[in-house]
Design a protein around this ligand. Structure first.
Ligand code: ZN
Ligand code: MN
Length: 138
């Protein structure tokens, strides 16, 4: 359940949003913490966690939870798809249209859909190139 709508804009939240909007890397809370500290040296990691939670609960940002590993955060709150490289850990936006009708298909089975998430897992072009180079050297 995501209570969307108004979330009080504190200075801390503004800085967190700025940090998130300034990167395409889908960072962890810890990375956000290190960046926010550059402008707010006294902020605590706990505060960062709480603010990231609040912002994602209000739909201001997206929390990308990857099983047991740390959540990643995304300032882009629209539905879009990601590629996760299993070798270097890169999480990248995929510039492709949202699959029209996929939510309707699920709703046709009696479920009420609020949103959907889709990630592709594999090897990014850069890692694939490295693999290629290694296999040619051997
Ligand atoms: Zn990679
Ligand atoms: Mn993204």
């Amino acid at each position: 359940m995501k209570p969307k709508g108004f979330v009080r804009r504190t200075r801390q939240r503004e800085v967190i949003l700025e940090v998130l909007r300034g990167t395409k890397s889908h960072p962890t809370a810890d990375w956000v913490y290190q960046e926010v500290r550059k402008t707010m040296p006294h902020v605590s990691l706990g505060t960062i966690y709480r603010n990231l939670k609040t912002l994602s609960e209000h739909g201001e940002i997206q929390e990308l939870a990857f099983g047991s590993t740390h959540s990643r955060f995304d300032a882009n709150k629209e539905i879009h798809y990601h590629f996760v490289c299993e070798q270097c850990g890169l999480i990248e936006d995929l510039d492709m249209p949202v699959l029209a009708g996929i939510e309707g298909e699920v709703e046709g089975r009696g479920y009420k859909v609020n949103s959907h998430r889709l990630e592709f897992y594999g090897v990014c072009p850069e890692c694939a190139e490295d693999e290629e180079a290694v296999s040619q050297a051997n």
